[in-house]
Ligand binder design. Structure first.
Ligand SMILES: Nc1ncnc2c1ncn2[C@@H]1O[C@H](COP(=O)(O)OP(=O)(O)OP(=O)(O)O)[C@@H](O)[C@H]1O
Ligand SMILES: [Mg+2]
Length: 639
């Protein structure tokens, strides 16, 4: 077995020492390399292990605003602004130098002047290149930093949010938040904001220069050009606002549909929905294309129209300006400079309007991200909640009522007491609320009224981490993560040694299957456990829960996908593992339920009957009837 990959190798010093002591393979950094690793850290203290901090408590939302984000970068920003000013001035010196060149060099035929001006021009161009480069590098870094910061923040918040958030939000839409929305913002930071500054400054400089050269000509030009451009720009902003909102919505729709089709591919195949789904996806992609085409059309129209206005303005200016040159009110150089500046006048207007779009999109993204980051977890951790001390394992539900939504109650006034070490089976018809009870005990949800307590402590008063560390859950639909089988078993205990992992596999009877695999525990298994059968997946989920050695185990239909032989094996293993532990076993099969100390029958959102197998049989109620039916079926099956 190779040492590659598995997380469970990299245990802390304690597990590593324990392993060495036990003559087992080390975990963590091999001793012969440890010195060098330490040296390396001393040389490069700036590259320590990345620290990840995660807390269930929502950080006081440092409100997500542009200003808030930029605040820590004030010195750099000031520098960037200076660079921008230098860059703009360097860029705008061209036409002015041309004017001086024509009026004082070309016309009076003085080559010396031309040469000096040429050198100054060259220096200006070099300055502009350098400042532009420095500025781009700086804003590029700022943008990347923001992207990183936001991604980590959004991801930790996703981890913090409670389960009902995920029932309501489509995965595709969340993906859009993580990708498209964050990228829009980055783009705004990397190019948008600084560009808006550069262009506005350019516009200002040009206007001033034009008026200084010749107020009359400048006014004439401005009167022709500004109002038309203004009207056009307003139209453009309105149209493209609508357009971009539509594009964003359509991207979310495309991603959602894609995500659903990929996760559901097995069902799609089974029900022959390939064609239908392709048609549906084609329509969605088509709408996205339409939205994009629409914004492209608006962009093109705006671009050509403003260009047209520019050309008309230029012609007008040449006419008036030429006439002024003839009357000696203006020099040839000044006319040339005017003409050059006028060309430069339109580029900033166009890009400011376009950038305004980016700005708007960025604002929309910020708004969405902000409302997402402000969304509180519905199962919050109390301020200053203490850790739950090591528990005995008594569980009490007092008058608990719960519904996933307020208008659809699932459980009514449940009262239930489970003593430490007791095993309680929960049975009842499909949809009765069995899994819901389990979810309330591990605090995936909070009840609308009543209280759930463990060892006398309300579960709402302790930290979520300390609570869930002591509760093991095997859910109805186990999920396998991308990684090796070993990593999946060690999911709740990434520091577990290989021997501990094997032990867990042996306990649930997964060892024969694993040792048959070519790479044993290192064999990769994939998302949703495609490569494992559902029975094997259940065994793996059981092994995962056992390895964590919780005080309380909640098993939701943990044996439903197993054949009778494996089930028997598991039940024996369960007897061993559950010894001394509190257990809640949700079961459809009464043979599983019968092994528990007590059985609760859930009916109509209430506990209809509770007691030992013998008690309930004697009572002759729901349980006895269920037993009768299952017995009949079993007898029929076995002839
Ligand atoms: N996330 C959810 N959001 C809204 N309603 C839910 C959710 N989960 C379950 N329900 C509803 O709550 C009721 C109880 O569900 P629960 O999963 O507890 O049933 P169950 O007894 O475990 O059924 P089964 O035997 O089929 O597993 C059902 O009517 C179900 O539709
Ligand atoms: Mg269930």
């Amino acid at each position: 077995m190779g040492f590659g990959g598995g997380h469970y190798w990299s245990g802390g010093p304690s597990s590593s020492q324990a392993n060495t002591a036990a003559g087992l393979p080390f975990s963590g950094i091999p001793t012969e390399m440890a010195d060098r690793a330490r040296e390396l850290l001393e040389e490069e203290p700036e590259h320590p292990e990345p620290v990840v901090e995660f807390s269930h408590k929502q950080p006081k939302v440092r409100s997500l605003t542009l200003r808030g984000f930029l605040a820590p970068y004030k010195p750099q920003l000031t520098l960037a602004c200076l660079l921008v000013i230098l860059e703009t001035l360097a860029l705008q010196s061209g036409p002015m130098l041309t004017q001086i060149g024509i009026d004082h060099g070309v016309l009076p035929r003085r080559f010396g002047v031309l040469f000096v001006l040429g050198m100054i021009f060259l220096a200006a161009v070099l300055l502009q290149i350098l400042t532009g480069y420095a500025r781009t590098v700086f804003t590029g870094r700022l943008g990347e930093r923001l992207l990183y910061d936001l991604r980590v923040r959004v991801f930790s918040h996703l981890q913090r949010l409670s389960l009902n958030f995920y029932t309501e939000e489509k995965a595709g839409v969340l993906m859009t938040r993580m990708t498209s929305d964050i990228e829009t913002l980055t783009l705004l930071f990397q190019e948008g904001l600084v560009n808006i500054a550069v262009q506005s400054l350019t516009l200002l400089v040009i206007t001033i220069v034009l008026f200084v050269y010749n107020p009359v000509l400048a006014s004439v030009t401005v009167i022709v050009v500004i109002p038309t451009t203004f009207v056009l720009s307003i139209w453009f902003r309105r149209r493209s606002d609508v357009g971009y909102t539509k594009v964003r919505d359509k991207i979310a729709a495309v991603l959602s549909d894609l995500q659903e089709s990929l996760s559901g591919i097995r069902i799609i195949t089974a029900h022959n929905r390939h064609k239908r789904n392709t048609v549906i996806h084609r329509d969605i992609v088509g709408e996205h294309e339409d939205a994009n085409m629409d914004t492209a059309r608006v962009n093109t129209a705006y671009g050509s129209l403003t260009e047209g206005v520019g050309i008309i303005g230029q012609a007008f200016m040449l006419l008036v300006g030429g006439w002024m040159v003839i009357n000696a009110d203006l020099t040839v150089g000044e006319l040339t400079a005017f003409s050059l500046y006028l060309v430069m006048f339109f580029a900033p207007i166009q890009s400011i309007v376009q950038l305004y779009n980016a700005y708007q999109q960025g604002q929309a993204s910020i708004k969405k991200l902000r409302s997402f980051l402000e969304e509180p977890p519905s199962v919050p951790e109390a301020e200053d909640a203490p850790d739950l001390a090591t528990i005995e394992g008594s569980i009490i539900l007092e008058d608990v009522s719960f519904g996933y939504s307020d208008d659809a109650p699932v459980l009514h006034n449940i009262n239930l007491e489970i003593s430490p070490g007791e095993s309680l089976a929960v049975v009842g018809p499909t949809g009765a609320g069995k899994s819901t009870i389990a979810k309330l005990i591990v605090r995936f949800y909070d009840p609308q009224s009543g209280r759930v307590s463990i060892d006398g402590q309300d579960v709402r008063d302790v930290t979520l981490e300390s609570l869930r560390r002591q509760l093991g859950v095997v859910p109805q639909e186990p999920f396998l993560f991308n990684g090796s089988i070993g990593e999946n078993v060690a999911f709740a205990q990434p520091d577990a040694s290989e021997e501990e992992i094997w032990e867990a596999c042996r306990t649930v009877g997964l060892d024969t299957m694993v040792s048959r695999l070519p790479d044993g525990l290192d064999t990769p298994c994939h998302e949703r456990g495609v490569s494992l059968s559902s029975g094997e997946r259940q065994l793996l989920a059981l092994a995962r829960a056992f390895l964590a050695q919780p005080r309380v185990l909640v098993l939701d239909e943990a044996t439903s996908n197993l054949d009778s032989h494996s089930e028997k094996k598991i039940e024996e293993a369960l007897d061993a593992v559950l010894k001394g532990r509190t257990a809640i076993i949700i079961a459809h099969r009464l043979t599983t339920a019968m092994r528990a100390d007590r059985i609760a029958v859930i009916h109509g959102g209430q506990i209809a009957e509770i007691g030992s197998h013998a008690d309930l049989m004697a009572e002759g109620g729901h349980y006895a009837a269920m037993h009768q039916i299952q017995g009949d079926i079993l007898r029929k099956e076995h002839g």
